[in-house]
Design a protein around this ligand. Sequence first.
Ligand SMILES: Nc1ncnc2c1ncn2[C@@H]1O[C@H](COP(=O)(O)OP(=O)(O)OP(=O)(O)O)[C@@H](O)[C@H]1O
Ligand SMILES: [Mg+2]
Length: 294
Amino acid sequence: MSFAGRLAYLLAALPFLADFLESGRWATSPLSLAINAGLSVLILVIIALLRQARTQERRINSLRKLMNQAIIHDLKNPMTSIMGCLSCLINDSPAPAVQDRLLRIALHSCRSQMALLETLVDTTRIEQGELKARRAPLVIREVIHDILEDAKGAAAHLDVTLKESVATDVPAELNADAEFLRRILANLLHNALKYTPAGGSVSLDIRLEGDALRFSVKDTGIGISPKHVERLFDKYYRVEGSDQSTRRGSGLGLYFCRLAVEAHGGTIRVSSAADQGTTVVFDIPKAVKEDRGS
Ligand SMILES: Nc1ncnc2c1ncn2[C@@H]1O[C@H](COP(=O)(O)OP(=O)(O)OP(=O)(O)O)[C@@H](O)[C@H]1O
Ligand SMILES: [Mg+2]
């Protein structure tokens, strides 16, 4: 029994003990027997609850430890790659083409490190109510163009086809937080590319759905078994499994997406099946401003 359990036991038993010492009738009176039996049950319930709380606390601590390790690993990895590139540039004086490649690798590593740091900081700030969506009119096609330009290189490298379609009735502008929207889409495209084997495809579709703009990111990748779908948007949730565990991550991406979509009053959901690809759909309620254009 834990220390807290013993303490609770002792505290709950004290009145009973005092009663026992002062009165000689406790063992014979049916009322006293009933009270004593009730007290015993109460003590057992308290001990069981304390044990349960302790187990839960241990589970949370070990999960936190695991996640900290994953996050530290994800922060250290790009740093190692940046240091390798820089030391090669300084010590080996490589040919211009190799220099260019090394600089690009270092830049990519800086970006992924910055993205993880931003996600870590921002999820905490949104949780604490310090960071809110700053809605302002943004040009949808510009955001999409920038995001797809960023994803193109990774898609080509992974041999995955990247497609986009914007329905004709989609307004030119949306009143939303451009930075949030950019990072939601970047996270979803990054996941889709990460979990889609070579030869597959990833598509981004945008259309109008009632009073909202509906964004869908669809892939033909490894999919997710239904038992995980409900918890995918939980903080630090990752799918365990042979295919999944070879791809590193902190389980923060989809959690951030949920917070950022909800900050706009929107909803996000996923539909998927193992080996049949995944579709993540989120709706951002349309802004007051409804300019239509090119
Ligand atoms: N398109 C997808 N296909 C298959 N599995 C996916 C897909 N998107 C997400 N998942 C599963 O959902 C889990 C949670 O995704 P999330 O983006 O939150 O975390 P992550 O990608 O593991 O790490 P992070 O985004 O923090 O780098 C992933 O670990 C993965 O198992
Ligand atoms: Mg992710």
